[in-house]
Design a protein around this ligand. Structure first.
Ligand code: ATP
Length: 615
């Protein structure tokens, strides 16, 4: 099974429809949402706008001076050497003023542009962290990073366009119209207006027509990125199943579609550019015909002809940029739409307005008649009631998929329950802030994923203000200090992407060190020693035993040998607690627990024989 084209191995992203949701109303709404970025820097925006006005006035002044120069030189009997020096200097001065104030405007506005990029990226990452676990289980990392990057670029484009395109161009247009109307026959203004009108209508309608190519390009670009990142994150899985070709084919297919959309976009862009050029050419030709008639009939001077021509070209220059800006604005708004959709996604788990800080004096945990389902009509937990007294250790065992880890996720409030209540020290966790709740619980998860940073960074993550001595103490308790010291870079060794440079057992010990350092009053061990051999497990269990004395502990265990000393053992099956009691009591019952115990005793005997051969 190698080729993506064979059709059996179709992924969700492959089958995903390229959606191009967009409307002018959404554009306007998104545009309004940008205003706060400008408002934050309103002083700067005002000064930049003033610079822009000075530059525009100087620009419009250039053809006026040029007309005077041509007329001065064209005066019969004028000596070639008697140059209109003042006018020539004014011409140069005006050009320099345009350039100076344009650059001043840009440098002043740089802070606004980059500030907006910073603000939006910050806001999006913050929101991504607020979104619930269920959102993150469904997301595609590559797609989000791509949308985020494009969104940041677009916000800069949009604030730029808002300030420097539409309004100033209209102002320049009005200025030119006033000059034309006041100095020349009405038909000059009429032709100019007509050309500009046709130009604007043409630009806007063609731009709107070709927008879907851009949307398609974006969606395919994100999809390709997400596929590439996913295949790299699953590097080992790809190799295990010899599916390199499949991954490359899948990427290639998406890129092929992207390429087609990009080519369509570029071709229609050329059509647009040519159409604009043709309208400008027609307008300028008509104006030149009128002006030439005026000169030959003696109503206009040569300088007037030069002025009208220069004005006309000057007017179309910003109009040209107006077209580009409009295009950019629409593209950027399309990109921003994705970011705003993300920002508008509400987190499933939210603090209630009256949420209180969770105050834990006695770390007592109680689940009362808890019912929960991840998906409607598929109950995961039914009728779950139990309590853990402060300092007690309660274990949960049962077959795979029984709902054990779900208990931990609910305790952390990654999901809200459908019925019942979860109380910590008498306070309902749904009425407490998520922040205060999570601060008081530590967990050693089933799969430990580490940051691609140093060992020190990863352990310190639990409590950044902890001292080096505390970190080492935690590492010793977790039986990993000696291993760390044996590495060439010691605590400064980098653990690789997701901690892949460490073995499963080492990662698990890192997680244990981390939770020891957190000093939480409630600790959950979700199969915390499943990747360890019996000897390491023994050492760690001792350490955990010491830790557990001062904390309330929920242990989810596969290996029953690790929980024989638990104060209470809950046996779960199909989302229900089917047995409960201490180890000895459960063995006497001869139910599911004693059956599991007997099975594991057999496994352990075999394991011990194998280990004794190895050592
Ligand atoms: P194991 O011992 O294999 O880790 P477990 O008892 O811890 O299993 P849970 O992880 O709690 O089992 O899962 C309980 C059930 O809920 C399983 O059937 C699982 O498929 C389902 N489940 C878990 N997470 C989700 C999710 N995010 N969306 C939908 N169903 C889920």
């Amino acid at each position: 099974m190698a080729s993506g084209e064979s059709g059996h191995l179709k992924s969700a992203s492959h089958a995903a429809r390229i959606e191009t949701p967009h409307s002018n109303r959404a554009d306007l709404y998104n545009l309004r949402r940008m205003l706060p970025y400008l408002w934050t820097y309103r002083g700067r925006v005002l000064i930049a706008l003033s610079c822009l006005i000075v530059a525009k006035v100087a620009t419009v002044g250039v053809p006026l001076v040029l007309k005077r120069i041509v007329d001065a030189l064209d005066t019969p009997g004028q000596q070639a050497l008697a140059l209109p020096l003042a006018l020539l200097l004014a011409y140069g001065g005006l050009r320099m003023t345009t350039s100076l104030f344009n650059e001043l405007r840009d440098s002043l506005f740089a802070r606004v542009r980059f500030g907006a990029m910073h603000g939006l990226s910050h806001q999006v990452l913050e929101h991504l962290h607020v979104l619930s676990l269920s959102y993150h289980l469904e997301r595609r990392t590559g797609q989000i990073t791509r949308d985020l990057e494009r969104g940041a670029r677009s916000v800069a484009n949009i604030v730029n366009n808002m300030v420097f395109s539409i309004l100033p161009t209209i102002a320049e247009f009005a200025l030119v119209a006033v000059i034309l109307l006041s100095q020349y026959a009405a038909q000059f203004t009429l032709v100019t207006f007509a050309a500009v009108f046709v130009y604007i209508i043409f630009t806007f309608s063609v731009t709107n027509w070709r927008m879907h190519h851009r949307h398609e390009m974006n969606a395919l670009d994100s999809q390709a990125n997400s596929q590439a990142i996913d295949s790299l994150l699953n590097y080992e899985t790809v190799k295990y199943f010899n599916n390199e070709q499949h991954e490359i084919e899948r990427y290639h297919e998406t890129l092929k579609q992207w390429e087609d959309a990009a080519v369509n976009s570029a071709t229609t862009m050329s059509m647009l550019n040519f159409g604009q050029g043709a309208i400008v050419a027609c307008g300028v030709t008509a104006i030149m015909i009128l002006a030439a008639q005026g000169v030959s009939s003696g109503e206009m001077s040569l300088g007037d002809l030069v002025l009208v021509n220069a004005m006309m070209l000057q007017l179309f220059m910003p109009l040209n940029t107006l077209g580009i800006m409009y295009r950019q604005l629409r593209y950027s708004l399309a990109d921003m739409d994705l970011v705003y959709q993300l920002l508008d996604t509400p987190p499933q788990i939210q603090d209630s307005p009256a949420a209180q800080e969770l105050r834990v004096v006695r770390p007592h945990v109680r689940f009362t008649d808890v019912e929960f389902c991840y998906e409607a009509n598929r109950p995961t937990l039914k009728d779950i009631s139990f309590e853990i007294q402060p300092g007690q250790k309660v274990a949960v065992v049962g077959p795979s998929g029984a709902g054990k880890s779900t208990l931990a996720r609910l305790l952390f409030r990654f999901y809200d329950i459908n019925n019942g209540a979860i109380l910590i020290d008498g306070q309902d966790i749904s009425a407490c802030t998520q922040d205060s709740l999570r601060r008081c619980i530590g967990i050693v998860p089933q799969d430990t994923v580490l940051f691609n940073d140093t060992i020190l960074y990863n352990i310190l993550y639990a409590r950044p203000e902890a001292s080096r001595a505390e970190v080492e103490h935690a590492a010793r308790l977790a039986d990993i200090h000696d291993f760390i010291c044996s590495l060439p870079a010691g605590y400064d060794s980098v653990v690789g992407e997701r901690g892949l440079k460490l073995s499963g057992g080492e990662k698990q010990r890192m997680a244990i060190a981390r939770v020891i350092l957190k000093q939480a009053s409630i600790v959950v061990f979700d199969e915390a020693t499943s990747s360890l051999d019996s000897r390491s497990e023994g050492a760690i269990l001792q350490a955990l035993g010491k830790l557990a004395k001062s904390t309330t502990t929920l242990v989810i265990a596969h290996r029953l040998s690790t929980i024989v000393d638990a104060d209470s053992i809950l046996v779960m099956e199909h989302g229900r607690i089917v047995e409960r009691g201490r180890h000895a009591e459960l063995l006497i019952k001869k139910g599911l627990y004693s059956h599991l115990w007997a099975l594991q005793q057999e496994e352990r005997t075999i394991e011990k024989i194998t280990e004794s051969r190895q050592y």
